[in-house]
Design a protein around this ligand. Sequence first.
Ligand code: THU
Length: 132
Amino acid sequence: MSEKTLMDHAMGIRTRAHAPYSGFQVGAAIRAASGSIHTGVNVENAAYPEGICAEAGAIAAMVAAGDTVIAEVAVVGDAPDPVTPCGGCRQKIAEFAPKGTKVTMGNLAGDEIVMTIEELLPHAFAKAQMES
Ligand code: THU
């Protein structure tokens, strides 16, 4: 049997999402430079804007586990087209993802789009801009 892809990990975790308000469950998986895989799901609550995205959860799990370099990301939801990370999550991914890092976006039908982090967030605001 072939090895699980990062998208398989994102798909596998997705149904643990707590999304009773939107009804839209999202799964995310990160492969860190160390090789470790970290997963996350969206977690909503009754104060709607306080919910967190699946990507943010995966990043938090990654940092808590001691990894700080993202090698690859996968995100998936039940949508007609592949689910793309929101603007805030693009910034959160960019914090830990070197240029060229691939983000694979998918849906349950198996459609996939692969883009680099700089394609998803061109001209990203970064630490270097605060250095005078
Ligand atoms: N959501 C994610 O978790 N990741 C994305 O990339 C897009 C949106 C969540 C946030 C909210 O819980 C639900 O999907 C609907 O916006």
